[in-house]
Write a new protein. Sequence first.
Length: 303
Amino acid sequence: MSAKGRPEGELLPPGGKARSAKGAPVSAKGRPEGAPASPGATAQAARAAPPLLAATGLVKAFGGFRAVDDVAFEVAERQLTGIVGTNGAGKSTAFALVAGQLAPDAGSVTLGGDDITRLSPSARARRGLARTFQVPREFTHLTVRDNLLAAAPRTSGETLSSVFLQPRRVRAEEAAQAAIAERWLAFLNLAAVADLHAGKLSGGQKKLLELGRVLMLAPRLILLDEPFAGVNPVLIGEISARIRELNATEGIAFVIIEHNLEALKRLVSQLYVMDRGRVIAEGDPAAVLADARVQEAYMGGVI
Ligand SMILES: Nc1ncnc2c1ncn2[C@@H]1O[C@H](COP(=O)(O)OP(=O)(O)OP(=O)(O)O)[C@@H](O)[C@H]1O
Ligand SMILES: [Mg+2]
């Protein structure tokens, strides 16, 4: 796997089967007079703005147990989306299906309209989809800075031949990645601890480091699995502020799994609620949380 640069079009039959987006085919009915009527123009219009992420009919069973059972969701460009649900509802499993750690038994995932259901996690990351894990996966014996560099996309320097044949290019790439790492360290308020072993960080700093590691991939969509778990309130505010800023200035969309409903509600514009493998409510966060079915699902559960 010596993928250098950003190889395009892996494994994908481009376009694949014509997807019908939620809106279904555009019908001729209602087209303004004089609008182009060729089938090509219609297809183009229908494909003009696919959602950034769309999951349809996702199913994942472990043995006979359906952890994810016919789940669908959609995320628009630049949207902040939350996923909540009691323990074991299937939230992290749904993330694994979207990010590619698990293969679904049924259903599909599209990114920017392209079917990515069969791509590896790293191929999805190269297309701009990155995730963090519920339990941080930092390299505890590497410094914070080196954790970021280790997460950077592969450089030509990782193929032995280019080290000898193109040393200048390798050095330039490494310098560019080092500069990007410094930028994220400063942005995440981790510059002061950049030389510490990552294992020494507090829970909240580890979450920031996880965010830094995925930022090295220059994503357009980040899936965060419980970014506030085990984090003190001050750092929850800090992480929320960084998410908002990344969203506003870099246009990065986020899907965030959280049990901290208060913090999540303040951050997202749409919310999905999962219960026993299924989505039981979706939409405006305040309205969704007031929904009777959601309240019932949460009774006695962990919020
Ligand atoms: N690899 C696996 N093998 C068997 N069962 C699994 C596996 N992964 C998850 N499960 C089960 O699937 C169900 C959903 O798990 P999942 O981790 O997706 O829940 P969750 O909504 O993320 O919960 P939590 O809020 O506790 O993190 C649980 O019952 C879990 O035990
Ligand atoms: Mg989970």
